[in-house]
Design a binder for this molecule. Structure first.
Ligand SMILES: C[S@@+](CC[C@H](N)C(=O)[O-])C[C@H]1O[C@@H](n2cnc3c(N)ncnc32)[C@H](O)[C@@H]1O
Length: 299
């Protein structure tokens, strides 16, 4: 169960979800015709220890990410969201946005992976030990960011806007915000506060991209755990980490405040990109069909 002010590192609690999604990205990137590739994901897993490396090497029998319908679904979903948000970032920088804020950056290596125009500043916010792990792994491998990357070690339930400003963030110029894999780990009132903050710090021309998940029904929760004992354990742990509460729908929230928003559900996005939508398969998509991707622009 989550508690107010709980903490974690990269291998515990909410921090371990950053490794889990990085693992899904690494595995998904190996599939023929993958929608996205993230070579840094593998480096993080190998640095995280033998059990994560074994997953990459096909030596983790029974692991939910490789051996279940849930795993296939989750990999497709991660590749879809990586591609969607990569395209969002590229479109924003093509429109001269030079300030990017990645909320709950986790093991997102876009600052190292994407080609950034000169002068782009990328702020990465996450808990201190998560960012420490990421920096140490990448520096240890001799990797250099391709933008002016600034770490902001914060808890997103605290006063992160002040920390962002203290690091040089300028609210008078357009920003591209990204919230990928975050909202479910925040209580609904903190999500509301986060939307308010993004809105209040966004100059005209700013954009925001958000991944959101419907509340997980009892039936959906059952389906996630159905396929193996290990999956059942992972499901139980994950359900204890998320705030399974009703939250504001992001596209409607930003539209109501004058932004122009677009939303796509993950199965629809996968089909549009020629990938199998797990929800169409006999076993059904168990997570991806709960998720939608939203982009909004402030004129
Ligand atoms: C599923 S991972 C997603 C990471 C990254 N955005 C990605 O898609 O690869 C969730 C991330 O949210 C971060 N996170 C969740 N709640 C947070 C909070 N209250 N403050 C700071 N970071 C938080 C975790 O540390 C973790 O890195």
């Amino acid at each position: 169960m989550r508690t107010e002010g709980d903490t974690w590192d990269i291998k515990t609690g909410v921090g371990s979800t950053a490794l889990f999604v990085a693992a899904a990205r690494a595995l998904a990137g190996d599939e023929p015709g993958a929608l996205a590739e993230d070579p840094f994901a593998e480096d993080f897993l190998r640095a995280a220890g033998a059990e994560w490396a074994a997953l990459l090497d096909g030596e983790a029998p029974g692991h939910p990410l490789t051996e279940t319908e849930f795993g296939k679904d989750f990999q497709e979903f991660q590749a879809a969201r990586t591609r969607y948000f990569d395209d969002y970032i590229r479109a924003a920088t093509a429109e001269d946005v030079r300030q990017v804020v990645i909320l709950a950056a986790g093991l997102d290596a876009r600052a190292y992976r994407l080609a950034w125009p000169d002068g782009t500043v990328v702020y990465e916010l996450d808990r201190p030990q998560v960012l420490d792990f990421k920096r140490e792994v990448l520096a240890g491998n001799g990797d250099e960011p391709r933008a002016d990357r600034r770490e902001i070690q914060v808890d997103l339930r605290d006063d992160w806007p002040q920390a962002l400003r203290d690091s040089g963030f300028d609210p008078s110029v357009p920003t591209a915000w990204l919230a990928e894999g975050l909202l479910i780990y925040l209580p609904a009132d903190k999500v509301e506060q986060l939307f308010e903050t993004v809105h209040s710090l966004s100059a005209p021309g700013s954009r925001v991209a958000i991944e959101q998940m419907d509340q997980v029904s009892e039936a959906a929760a059952e389906a996630i755990g159905r396929q193996s004992d290990e999956n059942e354990q992972a499901r139980t742990e994950w359900l204890q980490m998320i705030y399974n509460e009703p939250r504001s729908e992001a596209a409607a929230w930003f539209t109501a405040r004058g932004w122009t928003a677009e939303r796509v559900d993950v199965p629809e996005y996968l089909r549009a990109h020629g990938r199998p939508a797990p929800v169409d398969q006999p076993a059904g998509g168990v997570v991806s069909n709960l998720v939608s991707l939203v982009t909004a622009v402030r004129s």
